[in-house]
Design a binder for this molecule. Structure first.
Ligand code: PNS
Length: 164
């Protein structure tokens, strides 16, 4: 039986921190499914299709990492993929409260699915998609925080916004 972990998120866009976490997980599990979805609480810059495309391209060299999109409950998606582990990243104490709630709710919905946490490399503990988008929008250098394809996509997005 394959040991499969689902790494869910909005990934708007995928950062070097997300990438770091997915690769760490790929060394611990037979297969990692990076599961991209909408977050009803956030309005995303990139649509679902673009976010999946970018994540696939960034992780294309990783043989045991697959990028899929899903809608609906995360626990239902995990069951459909025969995965009983969810991976989330913890960067700082400030992440903990939300992650604790998410893990608790998912456990209530599906007691046989466990949530585990990994921390990213020290260099990425301050990196979030939200901050990366903000820095990119204001013309700051994000080259050490995201893959070049993400950097291009963000630059194009904000350039087009100025033209509109
Ligand atoms: O990257 P994010 O935005 O922090 O990820 C949050 C995400 C997508 C993992 C969470 O919103 C989620 O699991 N959404 C799927 C719908 C669901 O199952 N909601 C109940 C979870 S408690």
């Amino acid at each position: 039986m394959q040991n499969i972990v689902v790494y869910p998120g909005t990934f708007d866009p995928m950062t070097c921190g997300h990438n770091d976490l997915a690769i760490r997980a790929s060394q611990l599990f037979d297969k990692v499914i990076v599961a991209v979805t909408e977050n009803t609480r956030k309005k995303s810059v990139f649509d679902l299709e673009q976010r999946v495309k970018l994540a696939r391209s960034i992780l294309s060299q990783q043989i045991n990492i697959e990028v899929l999109s899903f809608s609906g409950l995360l626990v239902d998606f995990c069951k459909s993929q025969k995965a009983n582990v969810v991976l989330r990243g913890l960067r700082a104490v400030s992440d903990f409260e939300y992650e604790f709630q998410l893990a608790g709710m998912n456990r209530r919905l599906a007691p046989d699915i466990e949530t585990i946490f990994l921390t990213p490399a020290q260099d990425y503990t301050f990196v979030s998609s939200t901050l990366v988008r903000e820095v990119a929008e204001l013309g700051g250098d994000i080259s050490t925080l995201v893959h070049p394809e993400v950097q291009d996509a963000l630059q194009n997005h904000f350039e087009n916004q100025i033209k509109d």
